[in-house]
Design a protein around this ligand. Structure first.
Ligand SMILES: Cc1cc2nc3c(=O)[nH]c(=O)nc-3n(C[C@H](O)[C@H](O)[C@H](O)COP(=O)(O)OP(=O)(O)OC[C@H]3O[C@@H](n4cnc5c(N)ncnc54)[C@H](O)[C@@H]3O)c2cc1C
Ligand code: SF4
Length: 338
């Protein structure tokens, strides 16, 4: 491992001051992603700013009836928080579908947003990777790309964002509160992560001198009709091949409103307003769900090893929407492991 300095931030403004003063510095929260990347020499920060003790560990009511989740709330605390379980069970299910109980105990809300891709070549410093080393090339496009993206890819990068939690946050239209040298600003969740384009080294629109301080959930939690469906190679402890966050508001068997977000298919959680429009006002039945899946996947493009994801995503969308419409309870199996 390469030598680095270590410092603790006393409060948010101290954290911002420290990161703004040193372009080689990085925040460390739970460390479950960053430490692995440092061991592989993919990330080489000259200084770690420890934000794990910042007072950002509460879940609070907002004036409009939503919730504000501090950036340092651990993933397990969030998934098991009574207000999240009751009002935003989609978020709870998505978090519990990720990683393992031990990792979720360490992983923070802010860190989950900013975890980096699991593209094998990104981790392998012996191979070219535009995300790790801009301009070096993308090894995945002509290489092994079974886990890679089918939507929103570019000639520079076909990586996917690995988070489960973020797929639910995208469907719920969360907002990200960030602080920087000129104060706080709020970023809509759909604008937080980026598509790769020509700058795959940038995963998000967070500036280098900003810190995530909170995630805000709007009042609507779609708690009656929702589903988080994660398709993966193993039943647990594996990243998604495809995941679907589906949330419906029903009036009898008619869909009044719909949210649909996909994970494992793009460089960011994938939402498509046209696919959601194809659900609104329609009967909640398989024909409607198939149609919406077709709209969402109309521009999907596979590479040598991941074309199967297109059909997998179509079937996963139909199944998740069917479960959401029926109000099918989510699997409790993960919930046995606290
Ligand atoms: C074996 C394994 C399996 C996993 N499986 C899954 C899975 O199935 N699904 C899933 O969703 N995730 C999975 N994860 C990823 C895990 O959820 C993330 O590693 C975790 O959420 C990162 O949070 P952290 O607090 O540990 O972040 P850290 O490792 O501390 O930081 C990650 C990045 O975020 C930055 N950062 C952290 N907090 C802030 C902040 N407040 N503001 C600005 N920048 C910040 C850091 O500088 C760093 O760049 C897995 C991880 C491992 C190791
Ligand atoms: S897909 Fe992206 S992360 Fe993977 S090798 Fe290509 S540029 Fe790197």
């Amino acid at each position: 491992m390469i030598n680095f300095q270590y410092a603790r931030a006393n409060d948010v403004s101290d954290a911002v001051r420290q990161i703004a003063a040193d372009p080689g510095a990085k925040f460390i929260a739970g460390g479950t992603n960053l430490i692995d990347l440092m061991k592989e020499e993919v990330e080489r920060p000259t200084r770690l700013i420890d934000i794990s003790r910042l007072p950002l560990k509460t879940v609070e009511e907002t004036a409009d009836g939503g919730l504000r989740i501090g950036a340092m709330v651990p993933n397990s605390d969030l998934a098991w928080h009574p207000r999240i379980e009751q009002r935003y069970p989609l978020l709870s299910s998505a978090i519990l579908a990720g990683a393992s109980a031990q990792l979720r105990n360490m992983a923070s809300t802010g860190g989950n947003l900013l975890q980096r891709t699991r593209c094998y070549y990104f981790y392998d410093t012996a191979t070219p990777c535009n995300k790790r080393e801009p301009g070096s090339g993308c090894s995945a496009i002509a290489g092994v790309n079974r886990m890679h993206a089918i939507l929103g890819t570019s000639e520079a990068c076909i990586a996917v964002h690995p988070s489960d939690m973020c797929v639910a946050l995208a469907a719920l239209e969360a907002k990200v509160h960030v602080a920087g040298p000129s104060g706080e600003r709020v970023i809509a969740f759909s604008d937080f992560h980026r598509l790769p384009g020509g700058t795959p080294q940038r995963d998000s629109n967070l500036a280098a001198d900003e810190i995530v301080v909170a995630v805000e959930l709007p009042p609507r939690g779609f708690a009656a009709n929702y589903s988080y469906l994660k398709i993966r190679d193993r039943l647990s402890y594996a990243f998604a091949l495809v995941s679907v966050a589906a949330a419906l508001e029903l009036d009898g068997d008619r869909i009044k409103d719909a949210r649909l977000a996909l994970g494992g298919v793009a460089h960011k959680p994938w939402r498509d307003p046209e696919a959601e429009a194809a659900l609104r006002g329609q009967a909640a039945n398989p024909a409607t769900f198939e149609r919406a899946a077709g709209v969402l996947l109309r521009d999907a493009k596979g590479f040598a090893h991941n074309t199967f994801k297109i059909d997998l995503a179509r079937r996963a969308i139909v199944r998740a929407l069917t479960q959401a419409a029926r109000g099918t309870p989510q699997s409790q199996s993960d919930k046995k492991i606290r």
